[in-house]
Write a protein that binds this ligand. Sequence first.
Ligand SMILES: [Zn+2]
Length: 406
Amino acid sequence: MPFHKHFELEDLLSVARPAAKEAEENYQKLVKPSCSLSVYQEYWVTYMILANPENKFNLTRKVGKNEEYEKAWKKYLDSVDKYFRTGLDVDQIVELWEKIEEEVPSVSEGKLLSEFESKFKELEPLFVQMRKAQQKMAVNLGFESQLEVFLYDMRISQDDYNFFLENKDNVIKYCQEQLSKLDLNLPTWFYSQFNPLYHHDFLSLVKDYPEISFPEGVTDFVEKSFPVIGKVRDKLVIELVEGGSSFNYLVKKDQYRMGIDRSGDNIHRVRSLFHEFGHAISELENFENGLVTLGKGLDLAEYLAYINEFELLNKFSSTVYRARMGDFLVLMAKVLFDIEVLKNPEQDLAKLHANIFNYCFPDAKQTKNYTYLIKYGTVYRPLGGLPQAMGMVKALSVRGNLSRLK
Ligand SMILES: [Zn+2]
């Protein structure tokens, strides 16, 4: 790997040594610490290395400094912006999809396509240029491909990535089966070539699940299945936040923090909390076994969290669990597209996007889907969601979960 040469062992130790001492001092001040001193120290030291203020050990910052890519990226965003300013509005993407949702039943797809195709055609070469610049940047940095940069950056091993590639198709089939057991009223535009699959989730479409309060009811429910949570109830911090849910072990305070996206309704918050509890449970179990997974690959943390989450969701409601499997297909469609684009940006991307949509949702018969050009995650965060997709594939494949979770 080309980046190992960029820092010396001595540099690493100059961060690790004082951190280990600091951790020990802080540990003595904790009331009933939730893990052993050695685990605590290892966590603290790893955290300090990853959060090193000079970012000496952080690949992302170095990659982000490439001029050519930055230029191509800016050019693309400027043109998206311009395009939205003349045709649509960049801040009102959701509104567009609502408009389409309204129009799809009465206006033919062909008419919609003719209305927007010229704009999509303007954007397409710029998108390709951006991805090509990214690829060139990766090669200049000594990597084989941009895909390799992402895997390296997310600390994902080639073996784990191969496991994902080999098992994803079975898991996709399993998720399709689960989804087909739900009686769903899909929006009329769902199979439309204008569905970018981000203004959509299956959980919004289901209704029959038990009532549960957030966060107390969920916490009680989780504790019943995972008594380990009871040991740290006074160390749980559950808060509503902006911009996505997350879990952190707050090492200084020895607290387990779950930030839950406030934008969703109660059931969305509940499901997110089940997932973040999945992280908390696996963290506690790892600590008990003397393991620290911080820094050992984002996909590993997700995999461990999903195992717990799926068990909880199954106990809570098969409907919510099945909707979750449907939402996994949405995620897969995004990730599979991102991977193929990184491999070869110079192909018929609208056709590729349509084919992947059809593959994940076989009732779809799309031929061209241009919406990737204005799909936030695809433009801004290619491969964002890969650790989650990998974690899910592993959680549903390993341990015979495909047959265990019905
Ligand atoms: Zn997670």
